[in-house]
Design a protein around this ligand. Structure first.
Ligand SMILES: N[C@@H](CCC(=O)N[C@@H](CS)C(=O)NCC(=O)O)C(=O)O
Length: 261
């Protein structure tokens, strides 16, 4: 049994969950939940070599691996019966190239949702828009009608968790993929990715409620000023909490208003 320590709603961790679902090996990979709002268990720090970010994979013989793309590669080779990566060397290179664009888009999207300064907003929107244009151009050149190749594959599973997190941009910034033909290709890909049956581990509601602190400029369990409970706490469950205020630049909700007490 392979054990993966993960944070629910973490997009990097969800990449692994999607791959496991696509391969149909969920009975052979156990996902153990870690509460990001509490100090890390020393055992986890041993597995990661001291870093706090997850996912991390525990293997037999005291071995471990981390970094989502490394873990995806491990699982692809460990369970070769259903191949998700392309086997043709050139096509494999193309999907690898597209995956290199995921980080830039992720950073630009997170910088936009975490922005607290209205004067910075246009520049951050521009950076995020530029990252989408690059993906659109890549898909227009190399992609098929919907997917990069003939079905939801390696590149799709690397991007989809972030497309789903960007429900927070729509909610807190009133901003999604821009209108217009320059974005048609990436918009079509995005819509197909988030609707794929293997990628339904989270929902817009869970993302929007959990990432309220990001919208207030604080990531990874850090607390915005005046608050004592993170929006990533497990109890009360996000399901039982009210929707947070949308206007992150003006309204700063308390623990009580967020239903966190
Ligand atoms: N490059 C890493 C990034 C993982 C990452 O940033 N995970 C976040 C959650 S989304 C995390 O563990 N944050 C908590 C922390 O760093 O303490 C990967 O691809 O696995």
């Amino acid at each position: 049994m392979i054990k993966v320590f993960h944070i629910p709603v973490c997009p990097f961790c969800q990449r692994l969950e999607i791959l496991v679902a696509l391969k149909g090996v969920s009975s052979q990979v156990h996902f153990e939940v870690v509460d990001i709002t509490k100090p890390r268990d020393p055992h986890l720090l041993t597995l990661t070599g001291g870093t706090t970010s997850l996912p991390v994979m525990e293997l037999d013989g005291g071995r471990s691996l981390k970094e989502s793309l490394v873990l995806l590669d491990f699982l692809e080779h460990r369970f070769p019966e259903t191949r998700i990566r392309r086997t043709d060397p050139y096509e494999r290179g193309i999907e690898g190239l597209l995956v290199t664009l995921a980080d830039g888009m992720m950073v630009a999207g997170y910088r936009l949702v975490m922005n607290q300064d209205l004067d910075q907003r246009d520049a951050r929107v521009e950076a995020w828009t530029a990252s989408l244009l690059a993906i659109d151009a890549f898909l227009t050149k190399h992609g098929q009608e919907t997917w990069l190749f003939d079905e939801f594959g390696w590149a799709e599973l690397a991007f989809t968790p972030f497309f789903q997190r960007f429900a927070f941009l729509d909610y807190y910034e009133g901003f999604s993929v821009p209108e217009g033909p320059d974005f048609d290709r990436v918009r079509r890909w995005w819509a197909a990715c988030v609707a794929h049956p293997a990628a339904q581990q989270t929902s817009d509601e869970e993302v929007i409620k959990s990432y309220y602190d990001y919208a207030r400029g604080k990531g990874n369990g850090a607390l915005p000023e005046g608050r004592t409970r993170s929006s990533f706490v497990f109890e009360p469950s996000w399901r039982d909490r009210p929707w947070p205020p949308k206007d992150k630049y003006k309204t700063h909700a308390t623990d009580a208003e967020l239903g966190l007490l």
